[in-house]
Design a protein around this ligand. Structure first.
Ligand code: BTN
Length: 243
């Protein structure tokens, strides 16, 4: 994997978009930074990115636009990250669509940006993983958040973690390219956070309330609505809700 290490950058996703044309063809480019000054999250939120403590990484790759379930590729990176944490003995879960949680708190998130240039799509898959972030900094985040350091009381080697993530993601990507999301379906459901809990989901227009049930083979979320209906969602944001 072609890897670029930056000390300080506005955002690794933005950098990747600005430089994509110069990256080698036919392979993944991985850009990571020690610090981001304008880290971006989903839904135009910012991503708190203090120096030297966490992983701020963007994977750039190109796939044919007709790749089955292409827009679910963020879930693959979330699964690869969760698998790495499982190998370290940590029971990470995935809050649909692609937040990484540990013990009910957010430890990582994925920003998946796609530019379509038929017949190819440029994919910018950004991941932020809170590694050695201390509690006082985590408290600045606007939702319950944690880090590997806080959960395990030890300092982690973030370069080593990155290497493991690169290996796992390359492996999972190979399967995804050949067979789509189907080989990951069972694992996606096993790791689904908030299963059986009442959640609210904002789909961009309306807030829906229901019991978080499962993930379809296409990566959509199934909610069991209060009127008994089962409804599937292709995108949105869920949060736990008191019944
Ligand atoms: C989210 O949960 O809202 C997604 C967060 C994604 C953050 C990462 S950090 C590396 C990459 N560069 C960015 O500006 N954002 C992503």
């Amino acid at each position: 994997m072609h890897t670029i290490h930056l000390k300080t950058i506005h955002s690794t996703n933005t950098y990747a978009k600005e430089h994509a044309a110069s990256f080698p063809h036919g392979q993944i480019t991985c850009i990571y930074a020690d610090e981001q000054t304008a880290g971006r999250g989903r839904q135009k939120r910012s991503w708190i990115s203090p120096p030297n403590v966490n992983l701020y990484v963007t994977f750039f790759l190109q796939l044919p636009i007709n790749t089955p379930q292409l827009t679910s590729i963020g879930q693959i990176l979330a699964l690869s990250s969760a698998s790495c944490l499982h190998k370290q003995g940590l029971s990470a879960q995935i809050k649909w669509p692609n937040d990484i949680q540990l013990h009910g708190k957010k430890i990582g998130g994925i920003l998946c940006e796609i530019d379509f240039y038929p017949p190819l799509a440029n994919l910018f898959l950004g991941i932020g993983l809170n590694v050695n972030m201390e509690k006082n900094l985590l408290d600045q985040i606007d939702q319950p958040a944690t880090s590997l350091f806080v959960e395990t009381n030890k300092t982690w080697d973030k370069e080593k973690l990155l290497q493991e993530l690169q290996t796992q993601f390359e492996f999972d990507l190979k399967t995804f390219k050949q067979k789509g999301l189907a080989p990951f379906h069972a694992l996606l459901n096993r790791l689904l956070a908030m299963k059986g809990k009442t959640v609210s989901l904002f789909d961009g227009q309306k807030t829906w309330i229901g019991i978080c049930d499962s993930i379809t083979v296409n990566g959509e979320l199934c909610l069991h609505l209060q009127n008994g209906q089962i409804k599937t969602f292709a995108s949105g944001d869920i949060s736990l809700r008191a019944k």
